[in-house]
Design a protein around this ligand. Sequence first.
Ligand code: CA
Length: 225
Amino acid sequence: MRVLVVEDEKRLAAGLRTGLEAEGFAVDVALDGTDGLWMAREHSYDAIVLDIMLPGVNGYRVCSTLRDEGIWTPILMLTAKDGEWDEVEALDTGADDYLTKPFSYAILVARLRALMRRGAAERPAVLEAGDLRLDPAAKRAWRGDTELDLTARELALAEFLLRRKGDIVSKRDILDHVWDYDFEGDPNIVEVYIRHLRNKLDRPFGRASIVTMRGAGYRLAADGG
Ligand code: CA
């Protein structure tokens, strides 16, 4: 799941990146409202963490502009405790939720996951394809009754495929959502991780749920079979 953080306080932005990446999110950071707006338009994010007091365009403007343009990415606004800005106003501009600084990462992550579930597309708490199940919050996955031993990256890849089950996803889509969009390593890393996943959630169970679509990418068979 890919998150955009728009925050001008560099230390907080760096901390958010580290904290959210540790939770398995792919994270992009914008340090002002103008960049944030541009990135939110140019890339598809699963959620946006948006500070209100920003140089350039402030958070309210970023939020209301995106909504005016029909971009409904779930937005969690960060508000300062000094009360200069009204939190209710954050919701009025089209934010989905707000969090007052300082906040704990645990709460931020829980709120983000809740927003992703509530967002425009159907986002159930536990993702399923046939007898393959994955609980993103608990970071656990099962094939039937057997719990799968997946690394954080394998889990993130499985989560992405499950959220797009039935759809063809390109390697680029996968890199963008499971790695960062500015990932500049070898894109064949995707093939390596697809192989790992197949060896864990398909082969031992005699399944072939991750289908290679030649020249296009991959598709998780919706029936899991
Ligand atoms: Ca700020």
